[in-house]
Structures are given as structure tokens and as C-alpha cells.
Design a protein around this ligand. Structure first.
Ligand code: C6P
Length: 407
């Protein structure tokens, strides 16, 4: 694979926060899987909205209202183009969590007692708890694809789990702990060949890091969050095939999701507005569009290549330290979860923090997966387009300090 072509020094200048010091040390931000940092282009686009055309959308015919509506609708279009979807197929939500909850709510009408839902052992709670609770409420069966010793899905098991009763298959594209990239195109084919189930993909950890084309992927729905891809918090996306969104019941009822309301009944608005009730996060949508522009200029192939390079380098450096245990397969997305033997992940993260290095520690909202791994917690370094190899060298050095402290 060719080496990264990104001008990281130039990219870093776009991220004001990368200049701060933490505990007296220059910030080394390796917690990108939790949330990414924001470039000035995103911060600026949001400030521009509030300073120059702040207004509600789809309601007011005054100049500001029109400008805000135009910008908001443009954001939909940009996000649609980013994943090769159509305009009507992009619903803005608060994030991946809300997108999946929307599905768990709106698909309920399609489910009957005894129907089955398949997820995996590696799911984030956002793609776990909504299905678990729905299954309990509606007397459905929840089944899990297991992971093997490397942290990959046992796909041979998947075909056996699928049957005519399977109504939903919901799988993460990339694990936020193991980094495993699941073969979603292949899974989509199996789902469609062997069942009538809806295929849902959790793209929270993939859309920010690799080119994603929903048509190629063959999914029915894709959920992801703006804040993990340079955008602000409070804005996320649900992609759904048009004919499916048309059939589904709205999730939230209220203003702007209607076409006509009478004392007797309500006609719902056209897509995607049918699923966007109330005043939406307008500035955040505009910020997300700026993030998509930024990523588009850099090129998702380049973002992916840089992430792979950093991740492989991190795996190499951490594998050199015999006290470090790493979780997940060799081929993975841009993160590495690990533990220093006999040291709790929180202690590791606290010592790293003292060195200005921000990593996440805990169960990463994937408690069932940690129970399968047989550990209560892990530390996790996760990378993005502004990270550099020197920062991974600092991480390795700081891990040696952890080892020394706990010797
Ligand atoms: N994972 C992490 O540190 P929200 O919080 O709705 O933006 O995204 C939820 C979510 C869903 N699926 C996956 C695979 C995820 O990784 C996340 C968010 C963060 O790993 C915060 S818990």
C-alpha cells in the first residue's frame, strides 16, 4: 500500500485544539473513536450561521429563514452524496444511538411474536440495548453471531442463525473495541438470499474512516454520527432505502413532520421530513456539511490509508512491549484496544493523561463484548487524520512508565 499522501502538518493547523497543553504537556489526542476534534472550517460554518443567518427552517418566508432552509437542505444533499444515497433517504437525528432507536421503534409494526433479530457479540450498546428491549417487550428472539479468538465474526454460524423468522439483522461495520471490519457486503448478500430480513449497519466507526457507498454495501439502513467525523455533537444520520422509509411509521410526531392536520387525522410530510419532527439541530447540520466538505477534499481513500498506517504502526510498537495485551485482529479500523498486564485500564489511562495523552478506558459501551473477552475493561487508542507516528512513539514511551509504576 502506498504511504500516506496527507500533509499532516498542514491539516493539524486547521484544528485549534491541537495546540493546547494538557497537564503541562502538548495534547496527544488519541480518543477519536469517542469523538473527533473539529477543524476551524466546521467551527466557522456554525459561527457563521449564528452570526449571519440564524433562523428556523421550513417555516419562515423571510430572508433569513430562506437562507437557513437552503443551507440545511444543502447539508442533507452533501451527506447523501457522501454515502451515495438519494436526498430523500437521509434523515437527520441526534446520532447513531437515536438512528437505531428510531428503527427499533418504527419497525415494530412489522414484527410479530416469535420473530427473530440477529446482532453480534461485538455490538456497541447502541446497537444492542434497543433490540434487546424490543425483543423483551414484543416476545421476539434475539440471537448473536459469536466472535472467534481473533475477534472476527464466525460467519459460518450466521447462515445457521438465519431463517424465515429472521426480521432484522443489525451489525456494526467496524467494532469500536476490536477494530474488526465486518464484511457487510457479503453479509448483505447472505441476508437477502436466505431471509426477508431488514439489514441494518451501524456505521459509527466506519463512515468517518473509509469510503462508504450504501448502494454497493447493499444495506437497508445505515446509522452514523457527525461528531466522530469532524462534525459537531447533536447531529447524526439515518440512511434508509426510500421505499422502506416511505412504509415506516414516524418516530416522533409534531411540527414539520406533517402535510395536513385535521381534528380527525394527520397526513405525514414527504421524505425525509416525515422523520424530522420539531425544530432540528440546524447549526449542527450545517457543521456536519462543512465536515463532509473537509473530508471530501482530503479524500476518504487517503483518510483510510493514513488510519491504516497509524494503526499498523501502533500495533507494531505495542507488540514490542511484552506486558501489553492487544485485542482484535491484525486487519482493522483506526483503533487499538489493549491492557497492560495486571494494571487496570483506568490506571493506565490516568498515567497516560499525566503525559498529555488522551485515550479512553473502560468498557467502551460494549459490556457484553468485554465479558466475552473475559476482561472488565480495556484502554483504547484511536486515530484520525491529524494524528502522527510521533504521537504513537509517545504513547509507547508512556506505557513503559505505566509498567514501571506498577512493577
Ligand atoms: N462509540 C466510543 O467511544 P453516538 O454516541 O450515538 O454518537 O454513537 C454510538 C455508537 C454506536 N456504535 C458504535 C460502533 C460506536 O462506537 C458508538 C459510539 C463511542 O466507542 C462513544 S460510546
Amino acid at each position: 500500500m502506498p504511504k500516506t499522501m496527507l500533509d499532516i502538518k498542514k491539516i493539524r493547523k486547521d484544528f485549534p485544539i491541537l495546540n493546547i497543553k494538557v497537564n503541562g504537556k502538548p495534547l496527544i489526542y488519541l480518543d477519536n473513536a469517542a469523538t473527533s476534534q473539529k477543524p476551524r472550517q466546521v467551527i466557522g460554518a456554525m459561527a457563521d450561521f449564528y452570526q449571519n443567518y440564524n433562523s428556523n427552517i421550513h417555516r419562515s418566508i423571510h430572508k433569513l429563514g430562506e437562507e437557513a432552509t437552503l443551507a440545511y437542505e444543502k447539508s442533507h444533499k452533501k451527506v447523501a452524496d457522501f454515502i451515495n444515497a438519494d436526498f430523500e433517504e437521509i434523515v437527520f437525528t441526534r446520532g447513531t444511538t437515536e438512528s437505531i432507536n428510531l428503527l427499533a421503534y418504527s419497525l415494530t409494526q412489522e414484527l410479530n411474536q416469535g420473530d427473530e433479530i440477529i446482532i453480534t457479540q461485538m455490538e456497541h450498546h447502541s446497537n444492542f440495548v434497543p433490540w434487546q428491549q424490543l425483543a423483551k417487550k414484543r416476545n421476539l428472539k434475539l440471537k448473536f453471531i459469536e466472535i472467534d479468538g481473533e475477534g472476527k465474526l464466525k460467519l459460518e454460524q450466521f447462515s445457521e442463525l438465519l431463517n424465515k423468522k429472521t426480521k432484522i439483522v443489525s451489525i456494526t461495520h467496524a467494532s469500536n473495541v476490536l477494530g474488526t471490519i465486518n464484511p457487510v457486503e457479503k453479509i448483505a448478500k447472505i441476508v437477502k438470499e436466505k431471509s426477508n430480513a431488514y439489514f441494518i449497519v451501524d456505521g459509527a466507526q466506519s463512515v468517518p474512516h473509509m469510503p462508504v457507498d450504501v448502494k454497493k454495501m447493499g444495506c437497508d439502513f445505515l446509522a452514523f454520527s457527525g461528531h466522530k467525523m469532524l462534525g459537531p455533537t447533536g447531529i447524526g444520520v439515518l440512511y434508509g432505502k426510500k421505499e422502506l422509509l416511505e412504509r415506516m411509521q414516524p418516530f416522533l410526531y409534531g411540527g414539520e413532520m406533517i402535510k395536513e392536520v385535521t381534528f380527525k387525522d394527520t397526513k405525514f410530510n414527504e421524505l425525509p421530513w416525515k422523520f424530522e419532527a420539531g425544530t432540528m439541530n440546524i447549526a449542527e447540520a450545517i457543521g456536519l456539511a462543512a465536515a463532509v466538505d473537509y473530508l471530501g477534499k482530503i479524500g476518504m481513500e487517503n483518510v483510510m490509508r493514513h488510519g491504516k498506517e497509524l494503526t499498523n504502526y501502533c500495533l507494531r510498537r505495542l507488540n514490542e512491549i511484552k506486558e501489553v495485551e492487544i485485542y482484535g485482529p491484525k486487519e482493522r479500523s483506526a483503533l487499538v484496544a489493549f491492557n497492560v498486564r495486571n494494571v487496570h485500564a483506568h490506571d493506565t489511562a490516568t498515567i497516560l493523561d499525566g503525559e498529555g495523552i488522551a485515550v479512553r478506558a473502560g468498557h467502551h459501551c460494549a459490556m457484553p463484548l468485554h465479558s466475552v473477552l473475559g476482561i472488565p475493561a480495556s484502554a483504547r487508542a484511536s486515530f484520525y487524520l491529524y494524528n502522527q507516528k510521533e504521537e504513537i512513539d509517545s504513547l509507547a514511551e508512556a506505557i513503559h512508565k505505566v509498567i514501571k509504576v506498577f512493577k
